[in-house]
Structures are given as C-alpha cells and as structure tokens.
Design a protein around this ligand. Sequence first.
Ligand code: GAL
Length: 678
Amino acid sequence: MSASSPRPARPWPTPGLSFGGDYNPEQWPSEVWREDLDLMVEAGVNIVTLGVFSWATVERRPGEFDWAATDEIVGLLHERGIRIDMATPTAAPPPWLHALHPEILPRDRDLIPQFPGARLGWCPSSPVFRDHSLRVTRELAQRYAPHPAVAMWHVSNELGGGNGRCYCEVSAAAFRDWLRRRYASVDVLNHTWGTAFWGHIYSDFDEVNPPRGSEAQNPALVLDFDRFSSDELLGQLLAERDVIREADPDAIVTTNFMVGPAHDVVDYPRWAAEVDVVANDHYTLPTDPLTAQDIAFSGDRMRNLAPEKGPWLLMEHSTSHGTWHPVNRAKAPRELIRNSLGHIARGADGALFFQWRSSPSGAEQYFPGMVPHSGTDSKIWRETVELGQLLGRIGEIAGTTVPRARVALLFDDIAGWALTRGLKPRHGLDYGRIPRAWHRAFWERNIPVDVVGPWADLAGYEVVVVPTLLLVSDADAANIASVVDRGGCVLVTHLSGIVDENDRVRLGGFPGAFRELLGASSEEFFPLRDGETVLLDTGWLATEWTELMREDPAAEVVAHYAAGPLRGRPAVTRNPRNGGSAWYVSASIDRLGIDAVVARLIAENALRPILESPEVEAVRRSGDGRSYLFLLNHSDRDVEVPVGGRELVTGIAGAAVTVPAGEVRIVREGERTGTRES
Ligand code: GAL
C-alpha cells in the first residue's frame, strides 16, 4: 500500500460535495461487487462507508483475522476513484464475543440483560468490550490507514443507539468513580442531590446505585447517570479515535450522530468538539406531518454544534420508507432529492444514505437502499442517479456556510433529560415538541434560526427563543438575560428555568432563573389532561400546560386566561426592559397563538424573511464572496421567485427562477446574463 494522500486544507474526505452511502459488500457474493462499482460510478458516488457491521467477517474466530475480502473491495473502490469512510466494526460484536463474554451485554433498569443478536450489544463501561473493540480497531487502522482510498474514519455506528444506558454492576462501579471525580466528597453529593428527601443520605460513594427499577428516583441522581452514560459512550469514541490516530495522526475521524426527532441519548454539543467532521444520521418519522421542517430543525442544530468546523455531513438518511415504525411512509416522487438538498441547504456538504444496496435478508431486509430490491428500473434508482449527478455539478457550494441568523432558539440535551425523566405534574412531556412548534413559525416565514445551546455566544442575536428549557445554570441564565440588556428580545416559555444544573428547583416562583428578567412569575402549575384545552382572551387555546401566574406583573399582559380556574390571570406577558423585551408564555399555546406572538417578534425586531413565499423554503449559503440561494418547493404548484443569478440545476441565468412543484432550485446569486452554462 502506498503512502497516505496529502491532507486537504479543511478536513473533508472528498473534493466538492460528498455522495454515497453505507456499503456492506460482505452481504453479497463478489460477482455483485463489480456491478456495484459500475452503478456507483453511474450515480456519481464519491464515498462509501465501509465495514460498519464487518467484525464477524474479518475476525471469524477470536484473534483470527482475514482481510482478503476487505483488501479486494478496498482495491476495487480505489481503482474506481471512490473514497472510503472506513468504519470500525464495533457496533456489531460478533456472536463468538457474546458467547465468550455474555457479561458485556447491557442491562436495562430492571437488570435484564439485552439478548445477543441486535446491535451495540455492549456495556459502554465494560473493560472486556473495550479491550476487544480496541484490538479490532487497531488491526483495522494499522492495515488501512496508509491506503490512499481511505479518506475518513468512522467510529462505530450511532453510539448509544441500543446501549445508551446500561445499569449493570460494571456500570454501577464506573458511575461511582465518575461521582467521586465530580463531587470528591459524599457530603457534597448529598447536599447537591438533596438526599435528605426520603432519607437517602449516603455515607459512602459505594452505596450509590444507578437509577434502577422504579421511575420514582431522585432526579439529580437520574440526571448525573444520564451525564455519566453520555461520558462513557464518549469514552469509547475517544478510545477508538486515539487508536486510529496512533496509526495515522492526520486521520480525519468522525462518528454518526443521531440528531433527529426521536433520540435523546447523548450530549452532542460536547461530542462535536472531539471529531474532525461533525456527521449526522437523520430519519424522519412517519407520524410527523411536517418532515421538511424536521429536516430544517435538525440542520439548524447540526451546523451549530461546532460552527467553527464549517460544514457538517449527512452520513445517513433513507431513500424512501423505513421499517422501524408500525406504518412507514414511502417518499413521494422527488422527495428523496428534496430531502437531501434540504440538508445541504442548511450546511451539509454531502448527502449519504443507508445503505447502498437493499439486503434480501436480515432484520432490515425491507429497508430500501440506493439500489432497491426492484433494481435500477425504479424511481429510487433514477432519483439517486439524478441526485448524485447534480451534487457532482454543484460542488462549488462545498465549503460555504449558512450565515449566522438573527434569531436563536435554545436547545440543550441535558435540559431535555431533566424535562422528560422522573415524576412531574404532567408525565410524557416531549422535549422536541415545543421547540419545534416555535421553530416552525419562523421556518414557515423563511426567517433563519440558529438552534444553539444556552451557553453559546448570543451576542449577534436579536431574538432568542427559550422553549421548555427546564434546566439552566446561573451563568447561562445571565447569558440569556444579557440579550435583553443590550436591547434584544428574549421569549421564555413554560417549563423553562425551573431548575439549576443539579436539577434543584429554584425557589420563590417560576421560572426561577428568569423571574426578574420577565417581570412576571407563576406560583403554581396547572397541567391539563390529554385533550383538555383552555381558552385565552386572545382566542388562542392552551393545551397540556397552564400556570397560575401572579396578578399585576410588572410586565404588560398580552393575553389572559379566559376560562377555567385561572380565568382572569395573566397567561402571556411582555416586559420592556433596557430597550429590549422579555416575553413569558406560561402555557403551551396553539399554533394560532405562536404565530401571533412570532408575528409580533418579527415586527418589533424588524426581522426580514429570505423570501416571502408560503410554498417555497428559502435558505442561503455563502462564503468567499459567493452566495447560493436554495429554493425548495414543497407545494404542488410551480412558483416563480424573483431572484437574479445563475440557477445551478438547470444552468440557466436570469432575473427570476421558476421552481416547479416538488423541485429544488439553487441560484448562484449575482449573475444576470440570461445564458445557459454548459
Ligand atoms: C440507522 C443505522 C443504520 C440502519 C438505518 C436504517 O439508524 O445507523 O445502520 O439501521 O438506521 O434503519
């Protein structure tokens, strides 16, 4: 194998935009590989993720490695100019490892062990698994790091997806060590967790257990166990990364995050700092009525996990329906292309899929690949080829970024854990729902939003939305308040600022962290039953949650409760302060209410949309003097957009562009020649 290729200026595995998917050739006889490669070239694939589930193939028995098939496929890909995102196979421990060491299987909160046969069947704290996983990683890295086709390293697969929390004895011991490091003394732990409640005062760290069994646990313990679990998984990422870097100090290392509608397993902002390329797997939910907004929301978050690293990578999404839900919606014609470009519009420098070819067998045998079961005479294949060829033509977009927005929406996994776990006045609270409801109101108006952590530098934002951010530290609360003190606007919703970073309730009225800022407060929660609604005097409806707000707040009252036990009390307030304003929305208000409030935020803060169009989603990427306007038409009618420049899908330049129903157009702004580019 020859010496490694020169390191690119920015850590990115391909020139231009990346396009491809998970490639699992071990599922196929080698005759199929050659057809695969021809088809990849036809579709413009420039990178594949290789070997995610290959451990049992490359190490059939303990210590017996056979790399012949991998060598061959790596060579074939290289010959065709297709780069490799080489995955460590540690998401899929081989059956012999579970037979030898059943103790590595994660245990649930009732200490029931997971059965072998799924994925990520390992406890993140297991030293036995760590040794085996680093052994195979080392063999792989030493063998393939020098290969010129290997452009990136992919640690494991969706770390935490299946082993996000393990409650076994090994985890318990590791948790106690983690607590010793965090608190040093058990008295500090007792004080911080408030263990006097129910008489849970510990005299030694060894008495602490993971939050097993009942849901009725000390929330501070549960939260620390969540933090610990995220750290243990991060430990695996770092250990594998470092083994790869021993083999190649310049290796570009990534792992696929699960920033999407259904996952809340690890604390990604802290993980993003540790990888060279921030990558995401995104699967829309079949129950989601607004999947395009879900794509926008996750992209608005992804690019802000580590903005200094520039573009992120869409590592996996689907060509059509999934198989994990009771009913799995297929993508309508053109949706595959629109979805991919939706991610790219929001800062992804590539779109990859799971997986290259649909498998005829195995648990995901009905999951459509880029080459579906029906073969190349199919909608999926034709759209895959069209997309790949288009991405090849628009490679000039790579490296540009989505400019910083004027609106920030605060989102924090840890606050989400505090919101969704344990006993609450209302159970089943979903952290994603309210942030998305507020994001939607901006998204529908094409007003850009950055989804950032509450610790982010908020200096450039004029409007900061704080939706159901239950947990907030004093420092982050001060960071948020500073937006108003320099003349900006903050909107805080119910279930925000209730607890500090140790999940301890802030006393004196809700939301404790923001009372002063808001000039208003609540004294008691009034959760609503499923299906119950409460009318506000503005005509808006509250569902799920209301609060008994104190009368006569310093703030102006925008809406009162108009019915029920809270009738006449404030529901929504606005506090003018230091030239800025601070809103409090004490109830989960409906779409009408959110739209009305957002319309006021837009007017009061002179926010301007990228484009005024109810049908077309408009997003801009720019950099190095270039600017690209993505126009995604989610409707079933053609729309003309008055924007000048060269449109890159059709190659035509002009003063306006027609975006046909269901299609995407990308305008390189600033060119008005009326010519066609070859
Ligand atoms: C992802 C996973 C892939 C595949 C895909 C489709 O979460 O990383 O390996 O399972 O989902 O279900």
